[in-house]
Design a protein. Structure first.
Length: 298
């Protein structure tokens, strides 16, 4: 393998290296997905820099498959911002045309509607599927067939935090707080402990949300395996679902979720049959890196 060829993308500042491996040999595909090299690629001082690597792979049941590798080398089931980036790469430069693409993820096959201008994708609306609300589906501790709605989570040295848990193909623990500043503080101070709390056997993403109105939410996300990121698509979806479940927002009404990197439009359909996420994806640059130079820091 002469080099790992990648395209750098971001969705509201949540940045990724998209690596198209659909035509790669098995050996080259394994090198590009090696957790050690993922960590090295994502290192912002010694590598390229990114919140993760998105491997685009062949699929027997969709146009392509997306594998999400976090900046710490772990694998995530899904990534909403990443999915929009992959959809744009496949539409703009990956040989796939049409107003809708089907992409296989760890959360199943998801459909991405492309809004294009002059043959270039400008925004992507993803049908994220129905949220999963039972404890066994998230997964988390407690009675398997029950939901977790504003349950007190105990943290050392802190007052119990009321959390609502939702899976959008990956786990989320959402807490509503009185202000945006409080969301920032708690995400920074409590995110690591909640991510690895005993309730969550596979760890969890953590959302601290301030509801401005039923149509607007301020959100800060501590992402599992990444820390605080500028945006999280599945986190915005899970938070809007939690807002509907707790009476803070309504079904079938678009909600603007304001993240540090920008805003997403989230709509929870009636009966929670689906969650629609609309937002941008931006191509930044292309590159080619010799993987043998990324195995270790100097």
């Amino acid at each position: 393998m002469s080099g790992i060829r990648f395209a750098k993308y971001h969705g509201l500042g949540n940045d990724f290296l998209v690596v198209d491996l659909r035509a790669a040999s098995a050996a080259d595909a394994a090198i590009a997905q090696d957790p050690r090299r993922v960590v090295a690629l994502c290192d912002r001082q010694f590598g390229v820099g990114g919140d993760g690597v998105l491997a685009v792979l062949p699929s027997a049941k969709a146009d392509a498959r997306m594998r999400v590798l976090n900046s710490d080398g772990s694998e995530a089931e899904m990534c909403g911002n990443g999915l929009r980036c992959v959809a744009k790469e496949l539409f703009d430069r990956g040989g796939l045309a049409g107003p809708e693409l089907a992409i296989e993820t760890g959360a199943g096959v998801l459909r991405c509607a492309i809004e294009a201008e002059a043959g270039v994708a400008r925004s992507v609306t993803v049908a994220m599927g129905a949220p999963r609300l039972l404890r066994r589906e998230i997964p988390m501790a407690g009675p398997a067939g029950e939901r977790c709605l504003e349950q007190p989570l105990e943290l050392a040295g802190e007052a119990p935090l009321a959390v609502t848990c939702v899976s959008m193909g990956n786990p989320h623990a959402i807490a509503f707080v009185p202000s945006r500043d409080e969301a920032w503080r708690r995400a920074r101070d409590l995110g690591p402990a909640i991510e690895r709390h005993a309730w969550f056997p596979g760890r969890t993403n953590v959302e601290l949300a301030h509801v401005r109105s039923p149509r607007e939410i301020d959100l800060v996300v501590w992402e599992r395996g990444c820390g605080i990121t500028l945006a999280c698509g599945t986190g915005a979806c899970a938070t809007t679902v939690a807002a509907v479940l707790t009476g803070r927002a309504a079904e079938a009404a678009p909600v603007r979720v304001h993240l540090p990197g920008g805003s997403l439009e989230i709509t929870v359909l009636a009966g929670m049959t689906d969650v629609l996420m609309k937002g941008p994806a931006v191509h930044v640059f292309d590159g080619d890196v010799d993987p043998t130079r990324l195995a270790h820091r100097p």
